[in-house]
Structures are given as structure tokens and as C-alpha cells.
Design a protein around this ligand. Structure first.
Ligand code: AMP
Ligand code: MG
Length: 299
């Protein structure tokens, strides 16, 4: 079943039921080594699944319910299917704030594994229509909770040991997280910074969130025939297909509009989408991360 959350729509299944979880991977065409985030209703349910370090406690207190996922040591006796954690000794947990997600979690009383409700590698859905466009025929129900308020996936933080690190930028800014932890900056761990060269968080595949059109980033002058993804009040004179993520230059608004804008420009059948510069601070980090992946060479 697809359900709305404040980040993006999720494709949810009982995280303790291996068969149900396997169906998520099938419907999405998602590689099995890519673990899923487990959604729970409250902190008591989270404690049953993950081991909270001191920093995890602080982050949960400040940002839950909300767009933050904590990767924690997995409790030894959880009923979570190994498919959910892809055999890792850790588990990724989030308490969503969306009232519909909250209501469903409370009603069913089970942890729900839920990745974004799109075909693997496609753009994440921020409306029920987006889910239908990607997964119609594959799933039996979509709960329509309107457009997602945050519009970009959760921030994933590894708080399983010692000092927490950023695995994926998202709906809560890295600056806000560092500030709660009393640090000037949050250390970033990605596929390039682990000793083995293997991604610490296996979902971090370079090409992701990909539209059919090619993306050109940090463009100042769009080429003839290109669609334009703009940001801010200063937009180059341009007549063809254009969407402005935020005319006032508000990064929150831009994040909320990003995926719907990419889908709309993609549907306009342009071969290439030119993207203006988007600043990297606050939610701009997550926006630029998704744009870089959308622009990366396809596997
Ligand atoms: P998605 O469900 O598509 O939003 O992606 C989930 C993200 O969380 C991916 O980047 C995963 O690699 C990451 N993730 C999920 N579980 C774990 C885990 N146990 N350890 C590290 N990263 C995880
Ligand atoms: Mg996804």
C-alpha cells in the first residue's frame, strides 16, 4: 500500500513479514542489497528496534516526528525481517509526522518498512498521482493525503556509534543537526569516504532520481529547445517550457516543488533540462544532491 508522509509517498509493508517486504522490492524493481527505512508511530516502538546512543537520543528528541532517519544498532531480538536491513547489523528508523502516516501506524501497531513509492531509480512521488503513474497495476491501494509538505526524502544520519555522521542529505538540514549536537559541522560519510570504497549506506547509488531528459546543472544560459528549471527572482529571458522552484529564492519551497517540477518538465518531452544554480546551504544541500544524481550517467 502507498501512503503519504511529509517527505515523499512511501510504499509500505509490515516490516516483520518477509513476504510482504519482498513484494516492495518486486513492485519497485529495487536491488535487494538496498535496505529499507522502518517507520514507527512513537519513540517506544523505535526503542524496540534500535539501540539509542546519546547523540541518537538528542536527535530523536529534537526532530521526531519529522524528516530525519536514524541508523542505529539493531536490537538483537527484533522481529524485523532481514530483507529490510539487507543483512546489516543496523536498522534505519523514522517517526513520520504526517497525520495519515501516523494514523496508519497507530492503527496497525506494526513497524512499516517503506521506501519511496516509485520504480527504483525514478523520481520520488510527492502526490498520489505520481505514485499511480509509476506503480499502477503493481500495488492495490494508494492513500491520498495530498501533496507532500517537505517534498524531499528524509535526512539519513548514522547514529549507531560515537559521533553521528550524515549518510544522505534530506528534509532536515545538516546545519540544524550539527547545531543540536553542538558541533560546527556534521561529518559526511558517502561511497567515496569509507575505507572499503563500498557505500556505508547501500542505497547511495550514483544515478538515482532520474528523469528521461538529460539534466545540465548550474546553467546561466539555456540552449534553444531546452526546458528550464529556475530558482529565485533573477531568471534569464526565456520563452520555452520553464518552472521556477521558488520565485522568492526560498529553499524550503524549492525542495517541496522539486520532484513535481522534474516530472512535469520530463513529461513536456524535452531532451534536456537546464537547471539554474541553487545555493548549497540548508535544504539546498539535499536539492543539489538529488539534482546531481538525476544528472549522473545512467547504469
Ligand atoms: P529510500 O527508502 O529509498 O528513501 O532509501 C533509504 C535510505 O536509507 C538509503 O539511502 C539506504 O541506504 C538507507 N538505509 C536504510 N537502512 C540502512 C541501514 N541499516 N544502514 C545504513 N543505511 C540504511
Ligand atoms: Mg527512493
Amino acid at each position: 500500500m502507498a501512503l503519504p508522509t511529509e517527505t515523499v509517498y512511501g510504499l509500505a509493508a509490515d516490516a516483520t513479514n518477509g513476504n510482504a517486504v519482498a513484494k516492495i522490492f518486486e513492485a519497485k524493481g529495487r536491488p535487494r542489497f538496498n535496505p529499507l527505512i522502518v517507520h514507527v508511530a512513537d519513540i517506544a516502538a523505535a526503542r524496540k528496534l534500535g539501540q539509542f546512543t546519546q547523540e541518537a537520543e538528542k536527535l530523536a528528541e529534537e526532530f521526531w516526528p519529522g524528516a530525519l532517519t536514524l541508523v542505529l544498532g539493531r536490537q538483537p531480538d527484533t522481529a524485523i525481517s532481514d530483507l529490510v536491513t539487507a543483512g546489516l547489523p543496523t536498522v534505519a528508523i523514522r517517526i513520520p509526522g504526517h497525520p495519515v502516516a501516523q494514523a496508519l501506524l497507530s492503527a496497525c501497531g506494526k513497524p512499516l518498512a517503506a521506501p519511496s513509492a516509485n520504480r527504483s531509480g525514478h523520481i520520488s512521488p510527492t502526490t498520489a498521482n505520481h505514485v499511480e503513474a509509476d506503480l499502477s497495476g503493481q500495488i492495490d491501494m494508494i492513500l491520498d493525503g495530498g501533496p507532500c509538505e517537505v517534498g524531499i526524502e528524509s535526512t539519513v544520519v548514522d547514529a549507531s556509534e560515537g559521533q553521528a555522521t550524515l549518510l544522505r542529505p534530506g528534509g532536515v538540514s545538516a546545519e540544524a543537526i550539527a547545531s543540536v549536537l553542538g558541533r560546527p559541522k556534521l561529518r559526511v560519510v558517502n561511497s567515496h569516504s569509507t575505507e572499503s570504497g563500498l557505500p556505508k549506506s547501500p542505497g547511495q547509488l550514483a544515478s538515482h532520481y532520474a528523469p528521461n531528459a538529460r539534466l545540465r546543472l548550474n546553467v546561466t544560459t539555456p540552449e534553444p529547445g531546452e526546458a528550464l528549471l529556475a530558482f529565485g527572482p533573477k531568471v534569464p529571458a526565456y520563452s520555452a517550457r520553464m518552472i521556477n522552484l521558488s520565485e522568492t529564492g526560498d529553499l524550503r519551497e524549492a525542495a517541496a516543488n522539486l520532484f513535481a517540477a522534474l516530472r512535469a518538465l520530463d513529461a513536456a518531452d524535452c531532451r534536456s533540462i537546464a537547471v539554474l544554480h541553487i545555493p548549497g546551504e540548508g535544504l539546498g544541500e539535499a536539492i543539489n544532491d538529488r539534482l546531481l544524481r538525476a544528472a549522473a550517467p545512467r547504469p
